[in-house]
Design a protein around this ligand. Structure first.
Ligand code: NAP
Ligand code: F7E
Length: 331
C-alpha cells in the first residue's frame, strides 16, 4: 500500500482499465465511476482481471454508480473519497458518433470536465487532476503537432474536448489547482472499442482468417494517424500527476501511418491480403475529416522521461494476435 487514493472517471473504458491495473500495482486504493446499464450491473468486462468482490476485506478497488452528467453525485463522491489524484477519462469518445450526438457529446465530454473541476472546488479537497485531452483538438493543423500548435477542432468531439482542455487550464490559473491535460494522440490495444478503426480492422482480419466473415467496410483509407499502445499512455498519465509542476504535454509516438498501412499490416499478420477483403462504404466518411495527426512528444521526453516504445506496426500485430486468440478461446 502506498497510502494514496485515486478516483477514475471512465474506469470501464480502454484507458481506465489499464490505469486501474497500473495504480493497483503501485499500491493505490482505486475508486471508479461506472454507469448504470439496463442489462448488466455495470459494463466492467475490461476490469475482469482486477475486479474484487465487495465482500473482500482487503480490497483496494471500489466501483461507484454514477455519471459525469450528475454534478451532485460528483461533489458527494469527491468529498467522501478525498482522492489524492483524479483522472477524468469519462467521455463520449467516438468522433463520428459526435456528429450524430453533438449536444450529448458536449454534455458528457465538455461539461463533465467542468462539473468535476467544480466538485473539487466545492469539496475543498486538495487533489491533482488529469484531464484526457485529445489530438482531435488540432484538426487540420500541419504535422507534427506539439504543445505550441494552434487548435482547430473539426468535430463536435474535438470542440467538446477543447472546452474541457481550456477549463482545466483556467482552473489551474484561477484557483492554483494542480490540474493538467495530456494531449493524447490515438492509442489502441486489444481492449479498444470495436468501432474504432484499428480494432475494427484487427477484429475483421481475425474473423476473416477464421472463416467467420469475408469482408470489412471502411471509410477514408488515406487518413494519417499516430497510433500508440494504450498501456504506455496510462503510465504517462500517472507520471504527469507525479511531476513537480502542473504542465500539459503531448503524448504521441511521432510515427505516421495511413489507415491503409494499418489494414495492410494487420491483414498480412493474419496471413491475408487486405485488398481481397476491404471495401469502401461512404457511411464511414465524416462530414469533416482530420487528415493527418502526428505528434511531437519531445517535451514530455525531456522533462519527465516518458517515451512511447510500441509503434503502429507492432501494435497491429499485438491486436491481431489478441483477436485471433480470443476466437481460439471461444472454440
Ligand atoms: P473509451 O474506451 O471510449 O472509454 C470511455 C469511458 O467513459 C468508458 O468508461 C465509458 O463508460 C465512460 N463514460 C462515457 N460516458 C460517461 C458518462 N456520461 N459518465 C461517466 N462515464 C462515462 O475511451 P478511451 O479510449 O479509454 O479514452 C479515455 C479518455 O481519453 C476519453 O476521454 C477519450 O476521449 C480520451 N482520449 C482517447 C484517445 C484514444 O486514442 N484512446 C486519444 C485522446 C483522448 P461505459 O463503459 O459505460 O461506456
Ligand atoms: O478513426 C478513419 C477515420 O475512429 C481514425 C478516438 O480515440 O483518436 C480517436 O479518434 C481514422 C479517421 O479514431 C473508418 O475517418 C476509416 O480518420 O479510429 P477512429 P479517431 O477519429 O482518430 C482521437 C485522438 C480521440 O481522442 C478519439 O477519442 O480512421 N476511418 N474508416 C475509420 N474510422 C472508423 N471509426 N471506422 C471506419 O470504418
Amino acid at each position: 500500500m502506498n497510502g494514496k487514493t485515486a478516483l477514475i472517471t471512465g474506469i470501464s473504458g480502454q484507458d481506465g482499465s489499464y490505469l486501474t491495473e497500473l495504480l493497483l500495482s503501485k499500491g493505490y486504493e482505486v475508486h471508479g465511476i461506472v454507469r448504470q446499464t439496463s442489462s448488466l450491473i455495470a459494463n466492467t468486462s475490461r476490469l475482469d482481471g482486477v475486479y474484487q468482490d465487495p465482500h473482500e476485506p482487503e480490497r483496494r478497488l471500489f466501483l461507484h454508480k454514477g455519471d459525469v452528467t450528475d454534478a451532485g453525485m460528483l461533489v458527494n463522491l469527491v468529498r467522501d473519497i478525498r482522492p489524492d489524484e483524479i483522472y477524468n477519462l469519462a467521455s463520449q469518445s467516438h468522433v463520428q458518433v459526435s456528429f450524430d450526438l453533438p449536444e450529448y457529446t458536449a454534455n458528457v465530454t465538455a461539461l463533465g470536465a467542468i462539473r468535476l473541476l467544480e466538485a473539487v472546488r466545492a469539496s475543498g479537497v486538495d487533489t491533482r487532476i488529469y484531464q484526457a485531452s485529445s489530438s482531435e483538438m488540432f484538426g487540420p493543423a500541419a504535422p507534427p503537432q506539439d504543445e505550441t500548435t494552434a487548435f482547430h477542432p473539426r468535430s463536435p468531439y474535438g470542440v467538446a474536448k477543447l472546452y474541457a482542455h481550456w477549463a482545466t487550464v483556467n482552473y489551474r490559473e484561477s484557483y492554483g489547482m494542480f490540474a493538467v491535460s495530456g494531449i493524447a494522440f490515438n492509442h489502441e490495444s486489444p481492449r479498444r472499442g470495436e468501432t474504432f478503426v484499428t480494432r475494427k480492422i484487427t477484429r475483421a482480419a481475425a474473423r476473416i482468417a477464421a472463416g467467420i466473415e469475408k469482408r470489412v467496410y471502411l471509410g477514408n483509407l488515406e487518413a494519417v494517424r499516430d497510433w500508440g499502445y494504450a498501456p504506455e499512455y496510462a503510465e504517462a498519465m500517472w507520471l504527469m500527476l507525479q511531476h513537480d509542476e502542473p504542465v500539459d504535454y503531448v503524448l504521441a509516438t511521432g510515427r505516421a501511418a495511413t489507415v491503409r498501412d494499418f489494414a495492410e499490416a494487420a491483414f498480412a499478420h493474419a496471413g491475408l491480403d487486405w485488398r481481397d477483403h476491404v471495401e469502401h462504404d461512404e457511411r464511414y466518411e465524416r462530414p469533416a475529416e482530420v487528415p493527418e495527426l502526428v505528434g511531437d512528444a519531445a517535451k514530455i521526453g525531456r522533462e519527465i522521461g516518458w517515451r512511447a516504445e510500441v509503434g503502429w506496426d507492432r501494435l497491429a500485430r499485438i491486436m491481431v494476435d489478441a483477436d485471433l486468440a480470443a476466437l481460439a478461446d471461444r472454440g
